[in-house]
Every structure is written in structure tokens, then in C-alpha cells.
Design a protein around this ligand. Structure first.
Ligand SMILES: Nc1nc2c(ncn2[C@@H]2O[C@H](COP(=O)(O)OP(=O)(O)O)[C@@H](O)[C@H]2O)c(=O)[nH]1
Ligand SMILES: [Mg+2]
Length: 256
């Protein structure tokens, strides 16, 4: 089996109004890869997230020497994630929400299949293990189930969750997919579906990692779920269309 580069990892952490979680991120983040950097992308917070990030970078400098702090120029989670990836130097990109609902301690489980070459794309599922009380609202739970069903034919395998913030992929796959389908990345308000699209488009070896989803301890959601849901539906159809076109093109290619 072809080995993937396992030498460097960038963890991108979008953070808006997450002041109360920053210290714990530094404390709970495991060192799971030889060359590892953390990239926080703060944006439009109304609390002291930015100041707290600066304080934590100073106080954890010994443990975490490679930390980049960015303040996004645009708006929204996806914009923050794209900006973070643009600054990443690692070959493997991890996206991790700053709200600690997915424990940073679970990241080695996502890294392991990259390290042994069995996966080139990994994502978290919140819907396998029981989750903490209050971690997910009823209509979100319902929509998550539906979106997981909708993505199954695109992945050609059973998947149980599409909107867990934790997604892991190769930077080269991201760059290729983004260059060839930029409209999908600009249409996605959260980034989850555009990133999901990488897996079938680049024919990745896929690993779903069940995680124990936790409830937020600080602040509230930054996501407008109804408007976001409609936007996601549109992004889903853009992905579907792009994959259908790709398979039509490859079917038309003459066999050598
Ligand atoms: N930089 C940045 N981060 C954001 C923005 N919106 C959401 N986030 C972060 O993205 C992650 C997911 O957002 P969250 O509010 O937890 O949404 P939910 O999980 O759908 O309730 C969290 O780490 C947020 O801090 C934004 O506009 N800018
Ligand atoms: Mg959240």
C-alpha cells in the first residue's frame, strides 16, 4: 500500500467567541506528529478570544513553539478555514473546532490511518457513540442523519455523519480540488461539504472515526442553522454535479 507523507501536520482551529476554550485547547492538544503546527484563525469575536490566544501562545511557548495566530479578513467559518489552510506548511491538514466538542485527544486516532497509509481522508462521526446531553439540538440531529444518507452514493460507502468539524486530508488533494472547482469552496459557508467533496473527487482512501461528541462548556453556537442548511443543500448539488461530470468525462476517455 502506498505510504502517505507522515512527517508534518497542520492543525487549523477556527475560533469565534471561544475565549473560554483556548487555554484548554493548548492543555488538551496531544503531540501526535513529529512536525506539528497549530494555526488559530480568529474572526469577528465580541469576547476576548484574540487576547486570550496571544496570552496562551506566550505561556505555552515551550510546549508549542509552532503556533500561528491569524485574524481573518472576511466572515464566516469557511473563510477562516480557507485562510488557515493558505498559511499551513504541513502535508496533512487537520480541521478542529475550537469549542472542544470534539476532544483534541482524539486527533491521534485520525492521524493513525495516515501514518500507516490506510487512509488519505478521515472525518469524525458524532452519531455512532452516545453523545453528551445537550451536545446537539434535535433538528440538527435530524438534518445530520439526512445529509449522511445523501452523501452515501457520492462516497459509494456507508457514512454516518458529514458535519463533524474534524476533517483530515492531504494538502495536495485540497489544493488540486480547490483549483479545479473553486466555486464549490466559495459557496460553502462552513467548509464541511467542500472538504467532503475532496474524498470522492481525489478517490481518497476514506476513514470514518467515531468520536464522543461533547457539549459546549462556554459560549453558544456561531452558526445560523436554517440559512446554513439551505446553503449546504446547494453546495451538495454542486458537488453531485461536479462528480457526475467527472465520471462522464472519464467514461468518455478512450481506453489506452
Ligand atoms: N474564525 C471564525 N470561526 C468561526 C466562525 N463561525 C464559527 N467559527 C468556529 O467554527 C467552529 C464551529 O462553530 P460553532 O459555533 O461551534 O457551530 P456549531 O458546532 O454548528 O454549533 C467553532 O470553533 C467556532 O468558533 C467565524 O465566523 N469565524
Ligand atoms: Mg460547535
Amino acid at each position: 500500500m502506498q505510504q502517505t507523507c507522515t512527517e508534518s501536520a497542520s492543525v487549523i482551529i477556527p475560533a469565534r467567541n471561544e475565549e473560554g476554550h483556548i487555554e484548554r485547547i493548548f492543555q488538551e492538544m496531544p503531540h501526535f506528529c513529529e512536525q506539528m503546527e497549530l494555526i488559530f484563525v480568529e474572526g469577528n469575536s465580541v469576547d476576548n478570544t484574540w487576547k486570550e490566544l496571544q496570552r496562551c501562545v506566550r505561556s505555552h511557548a515551550e510546549d508549542w513553539p509552532h503556533v500561528t495566530l491569524l485574524q481573518q479578513k472576511g466572515h464566516g467559518k469557511a473563510d477562516a478555514v480557507w485562510e488557515g489552510i493558505a498559511h499551513a506548511t504541513g502535508e496533512i491538514i487537520f480541521i478542529l473546532d475550537a469549542d472542544l466538542t470534539v476532544p483534541p485527544a482524539s486527533l491521534p486516532e485520525f492521524f493513525a490511518p495516515f501514518a500507516d497509509g490506510s487512509a488519505t481522508f478521515a472525518f469524525g462521526s458524532r452519531l455512532v457513540h452516545p453523545m453528551e446531553r445537550g451536545a446537539m439540538r434535535f433538528w440538527n440531529f435530524f438534518a445530520n442523519k439526512l445529509f449522511a444518507l445523501a452523501w452515501r452514493p457520492l462516497f459509494r460507502r456507508r457514512i454516518t455523519d458529514t458535519l463533524c468539524g474534524t476533517k483530515v486530508f492531504l494538502r495536495r488533494d485540497y489544493e488540486r480540488t480547490r483549483e479545479e472547482h473553486p466555486h464549490i469552496f466559495t459557496a460553502d459557508p462552513f467548509g464541511d461539504f467542500a472538504l467532503f467533496f475532496i474524498a470522492p473527487y481525489c478517490r481518497c482512501r476514506v476513514k470514518e472515526v467515531p468520536i464522543h461528541y461533547r457539549a459546549r462548556q462556554y459560549g453558544t453556537t456561531n452558526i445560523a442553522r436554517w440559512r446554513g442548511g439551505v446553503q449546504l443543500l446547494r453546495v451538495y448539488f454542486l458537488c453531485l454535479l461536479a462528480l457526475l461530470k467527472t465520471s462522464t468525462c472519464s467514461n468518455k476517455r478512450p481506453t489506452p
